[in-house]
Design a protein around this ligand. Structure first.
Ligand code: AR6
Length: 173
């Protein structure tokens, strides 16, 4: 099943995968949304480790342990804030996915779950972000390096949006 991408609804903090990806901010010191949920579920040791990392620029990623999470690792990436799409947002979002997969690969991780990076507080339109996320997932999946790629949506409208984009891109899910 290595070339099938899972697109599901749910809470990413409950997934027992090698790594879950966090939609963080450049301080890496926690926040709201999925970032807040991951820090709450992981426990206080996560922010202690994050504080040693010195932050993270937009489009890059950093890895920590998962602590109390079922996931072994957390990959923290910083998505772009949406400013209309003409300020490099698509390239920066693609970089988030690319660097997260690369970091997972370099740690020998085979299963990874992503939230919809930038689609909450940062205001990135879900359909456009879905196309970036799905294209990155297709590339990672075709590399054969990952046994499981999960794209986690928080609600049904987001799921429906991703499924529409996946069909349009003719991605198997
Ligand atoms: N599981 C899966 N998806 C979730 C969860 C969850 N538990 N909780 C929220 N989402 P956001 P951003 C979805 O705002 O836009 C933070 O304060 C949510 O519905 O978490 O990248 C950081 O510290 C949305 O679709 O991240 C940054 O300051 C998606 O996750 C800033 O927000 C991302 O929404 C980052 O903003």
């Amino acid at each position: 099943m290595s070339n099938v991408i899972e697109i599901i609804t749910g809470d990413i903090t409950t997934l027992a995968v090698d790594a879950i990806v966090n939609a963080a901010n450049s301080t890496l010191l926690g926040g709201g949304g999925v970032d807040g949920a991951i820090h709450r579920a992981a426990g206080p040791k996560l922010v202690e480790e994050c504080a040693t990392l010195g932050g993270c620029p937009v489009g890059e990623a950093r890895i920590t342990k998962g602590y109390n999470l079922p996931a072994r690792f957390v990959i923290h990436t910083v998505g772009p804030v949406w400013h209309g799409g003409g300020n490099g947002e698509p390239e920066l979002l693609a970089a988030c996915y690319r660097t997260s997969y690369a970091l997972a690969r370099s740690h020998g991780l085979r299963s990874i779950a992503f939230p919809a990076i930038s689609c909450g507080v940062y205001g990135y339109p879900m359909e456009q972000a879905g196309a970036v996320s799905l294209a990155a997932a297709r590339e990672a999946s075709s590399s054969g390096d990952f046994g499981r790629i999960v794209l986690v949506q928080f609600n049904e409208p987001a799921l429906a949006c991703y499924l529409t984009v996946a069909r349009r891109l003719e991605i198997r899910f």
